[in-house]
Design a protein around this ligand. Structure first.
Ligand code: ATP
Length: 264
């Protein structure tokens, strides 16, 4: 497909020194430029492992990972470095990924300067201010440290830190699971808006189907390290083909009527 950004072909991942704990058993996946793909499945089904394999944070034992036409399956860290800026990650708990001793200003400007995306400190500061406002936070946030922010504010900083690097791909792993429902909705719409605005490809991992439904174009259902089902969100949710997907759907009590942010 001409507009494929990221693809995995028949990938397998195994953990343990002897690579005897097999977790992914031949997974195929493609994400087009600008597309949001939901990856869903019960705990332990391999969602995070799949995300990490796409970013080359774990090695695959078999299969191929391709990014923007390049086979990156066996690239070393030096060769991966220029691609790292283009593949960003938003974490479940931003606290664990934001340096507690750094101000939000340092957290945002540091990588810009390091990767040569800002001409000088003033330019980095200007870009940081712009992105912090874009994610809905006041400029004074730049003077704060992560522990001085609420969970929702920290997640907005996590999003700002990812998008300020002008990536092509963002992996969002369980990014709203620690937040209350109304903050979840705000953070999801923000990711959706930014994705559309910037033409980002997003892989959105969640065990929560209602979250996937709110934000994704397409969904892939993982079961025991294999794909149980895959397709456009509408068809998978309206007419699931696998019993496993049906069981996942049955497990979420959807409110009636559906809140506006869940309607697509
Ligand atoms: N570093 C590791 N070493 C050994 N086994 C691991 C390692 N990381 C994950 N696993 C195992 O791989 C399987 C898949 O884990 P993974 O975190 O990818 O699943 P998940 O679907 O993201 O789960 P969750 O929703 O609970 O985060 C699990 O059985 C897990 O115990």
């Amino acid at each position: 497909m001409a507009d494929t950004l990221l693809s995995a072909s028949n990938i397998e991942v195994a953990y343990g020194a002897a690579r005897n704990i097999k977790v992914l058993h031949g997974v195929d996946l493609t994400i087009a430029k600008g597309e949001t793909l939901g990856i869903v499945g019960e705990s332990g089904s391999g969602k995070t492992t799949l995300g990490r394999a796409l970013l080359r944070l774990v090695d695959v034992t078999n299969g191929t990972v391709t990014f923007d036409g390049m086979d990156i399956t066996r690239l070393g860290e030096t060769a991966m470095r220029p691609l790292r800026r283009r593949m960003q990650m938003i974490f479940q708990d931003p606290m664990s990924s934001l340096n507690p001793r750094h101000s939000i200003r340092q957290i945002l400007t540091g990588p810009l300067l390091l990767h040569g995306l800002a001409t000088d400190r003033r330019d980095a500061e200007r870009q940081a201010s712009k992105v912090i406002e874009r994610v809905g936070l006041p400029l004074t946030t730049l003077n704060r440290n992560p522990h001085e922010l609420s969970g929702g504010q920290r997640q907005r900083v996590g999003i700002a830190r990812a998008v300020v690097m002008r990536p092509d791909f963002v992996l969002a792993d369980e990014v709203v699971s620690g937040l209350d429902v109304s903050t979840q909705a705000q953070v999801l719409s923000l990711i959706g808006e930014l994705g559309r605005e910037m033409g980002l490809a997003v892989a959105f991992i969640s065990h929560d189907l209602s979250v996937i439904r709110a934000i994704c174009d397409r969904v892939m259902v993982l079961q025991g390290g294999k794909i149980a089902e895959e397709g456009p969100c509408g068809s998978v949710f309206e007419a699931p083909r696998s019993d496993y997907t049906r069981a996942l759907l049955d497990a979420i009590p959807l409110p009636d009527p559906m809140p506006g942010w869940l309607e697509r």
